[in-house]
Write a protein that binds this ligand. Structure first.
Ligand code: SF4
Ligand code: FES
Length: 283
């Protein structure tokens, strides 16, 4: 274990713990946009900047991917210099994606003056290049269907050759984690479409009503994984049919005994057997 100081508070952590994790252990808040606990740190958004003092040598570093390796380090999370650096990072993100709500909200909250913003794109871009989609696809789903391509102003996340790829299962984990809403998942004529990745996927149908439920290939892989883990495969039902089945099962229970329509019934003790026959006769 090593001991470091964050905002004047001492904390003991295992060597290699990031500044962000150590700060959170103390209940300190550091803004983040490209960080997710389940994924490898990436350090893309630079909103988590903090001031680090290493024996008198001072620097501004990204808290999410800076590992604390030795005792005696000191971190400040809210100095004027730190806030100035974070606001600059936010302005750079806004220059690329001026219409993104999460950035606009932060700009308002942090009182960032955006009057002098110089757009670096067409003003329509919604991807801030945080890499959450790339990391979740690679690290959690294990597919690598998308990755960063090109450099500089051309940099973007894309599928191989910017074309439809059978690596994309349509799990939509990328859209779930995307902080800006840049990845739109929609259904059209029973198919699942993710335009940003050129994905157009056949869906497996509910065995009861025939509605599309889940991308077919994703279902195959889920069932294979379940089989490997010894979990028996379940019949495929949509949410509505699942609810209907549950309701049908519930009606097989003893009929509840209700009082007059305008009075809420007193809860029946679980030991009292309801008089089903009397209730059915309307007595
Ligand atoms: S598409 Fe979304 S999750 Fe992926 S890099 Fe862009 S902003 Fe991040
Ligand atoms: S959260 Fe640390 S750089 Fe984005």
């Amino acid at each position: 274990m090593i001991e470091v100081k964050i905002d004047g508070q001492r904390v003991a952590v295992a060597a290699g713990t990031t500044i962000l994790a150590a700060a959170r252990r103390l209940g300190l808040e550091i803004p983040t946009l490209c960080h997710h606990e389940a994924l490898e740190p990436f350090g893309a958004c630079r909103l988590c900047l903090v001031a680090l003092d290493e024996g008198g040598r001072q620097s501004i570093v990204a808290a999410c991917n800076y590992p604390l390796e030795r005792s005696g380090l000191s971190v400040e999370t809210g100095t004027p210099a730190v806030w100035q650096a974070r606001k600059m990072s936010l302005k750079l993100l806004l220059a690329r994606c001026p219409g993104v709500k999460v950035l606009q909200d932060l700009a308002r909250q942090w009182r960032v003056d955006t009057a002098d913003l110089l757009l670096t794109g067409d003003g329509e871009e919604e991807c801030i290049l945080c890499g959450l989609c790339v990391r979740v696809c690679r690290e959690v789903i294990g597919k690598n269907a998308i990755s960063f391509v090109y450099r500089g102003a051309e940099r973007k996340v894309s599928t191989p050759f910017d074309a439809e790829t059978d690596l994309c299962l349509g799990c939509a984990a990328c859209a779930y984690l995307c902080p800006t809403g840049a990845i739109k998942v929609r259904e059209e004529a029973g198919r699942l479409l993710i335009d940003r990745w050129h994905s157009d996927l056949e869906q497996a149908l509910c065995s009861e009503c025939g509605r599309p439920v889940v991308p077919a290939e994703l279902l195959v892989q889920m069932r294979e994984k379940a089989a490997e883990e010894g979990v028996p495969g379940e019949e495929l039902l949509c949410l509505r049919c699942r609810r209907m089945r549950a309701a049908a099962a519930a009606t097989a229970l003893p009929v509840p005994q209700y009082g007059p329509a305008d009075s809420f019934p007193a809860r029946r003790s679980s030991r009292e057997e309801p008089d089903v026959n009397q209730a059915r006769k309307g007595k």
